[in-house]
Design a protein around this ligand. Structure first.
Ligand SMILES: NC(=O)c1ccc[n+]([C@@H]2O[C@H](COP(=O)([O-])OP(=O)(O)OC[C@H]3O[C@@H](n4cnc5c(N)ncnc54)[C@H](O)[C@@H]3O)[C@@H](O)[C@H]2O)c1
Length: 251
């Protein structure tokens, strides 16, 4: 069952492909108005176009959402179009693994910038543009790698550890201002970005040790986001919801 998100205004970063794209299409199909933000202008435009072609409402924003000015400008324009912002999904990330001795400064900076700094801009954007009576909600994309060490994932895992902590800190700070903050923590979804880290063969092997004996899907993740955004989740706050077939609980 799809929760009703009629006319909910949702800005999604990294919505040009992968989990963000799917969430944008799914949330639009639940009635939401979507701000599709991505560093890849063509993809952002294509996803916004798909939504409008399906009868939904969307606007594309292109740019590096780790840059405060860019993030806040996109949020301000989206709020101008819609009246206010109800929700932000911080999905954008640069997915890279490497042995720690090979971590270079530009990749490290780019990953920290979009993975961590952008979250701060999202909180500022939400505070500037939400309806205080209606409330707002922020959803971050965490990962099971934030809770257990895996070799070669030092930057990515560090970012996702920060995402989890930021989610809890913002729950404490923004909850009293009627803004709910949660995270989803998907695992093993072979998106374009993830397939740059692990081959299709690796995903087939993984399915054998994931407790539910399959990889995740984009739908699994979008359904969890839609639930957390809905009124049914009105008292869920500061939660990091594993959408991972049991990976975090059992491995
Ligand atoms: N795929 C998985 O199994 C998995 C598991 C756990 C968490 N996640 C998280 O889910 C989110 C989406 O991942 P995905 O697998 O769809 O990856 P993906 O690489 O397929 O998509 C990421 C999107 O973010 C955009 N992006 C990157 N840097 C940006 C920037 N600076 N500004 C704006 N947009 C930018 C990219 O252009 C791309 O469209 C990420 O936060 C990722 O860490 C994914």
């Amino acid at each position: 069952m799809r929760p009703s998100l009629t006319d909910m205004t949702i800005l999604i970063t990294g919505a040009g492909r992968g989990l963000g794209r799917h969430a944008a299409l799914h949330l639009a199909s639940c009635g939401a108005i979507i701000g599709v933000a991505d560093i890849d202008a063509g993809n952002a435009k294509a996803v916004a176009g798909e939504i409008t072609a399906n009868g939904g409402k969307a606007k594309a924003y292109s740019g590096d959402m780790s840059v405060r000015e860019t993030y806040l400008a996109a949020a301000a324009d989206f709020a101008k179009m819609t009246g206010h912002i109800d929700a932000i999904v911080n999905n954008a990330m640069l997915l890279r693994y490497s042995p720690v001795q090979d971590v270079d400064e530009s990749t490290l900076s780019a990953m920290l910038d979009i993975g961590v700094k952008a979250l701060f801009w999202s909180a500022q954007a939400m505070l500037a543009h939400y309806d205080k009576d209606k409330g707002g909600t922020i959803i971050n994309l965490a990962s099971p790698v934030a809770t257990r060490g895996f070799p070669n994932t030092s930057v990515y895992s560090t970012v996702k550890g920060a995402v989890s902590m930021f989610t809890k800190t913002m729950a404490a700070e923004l909850g009293p201002q009627n803004i709910r903050v949660n995270a989803v923590s998907p695992a093993s979804v072979p998106t374009p970005g993830a397939l740059g880290l692990n081959s299709k063969e690796e995903y087939e092997k993984r399915a054998a040790w994931i407790p539910l004996r399959r990889n995740g899907t984009e739908s699994d993740n979008s359904n969890a986001i839609a639930f957390l955004l809905s009124q049914e989740a009105a008292f869920i706050h500061g939660e990091i919801l594993n959408v991972d077939g049991g990976v975090a609980a059992c491995n």
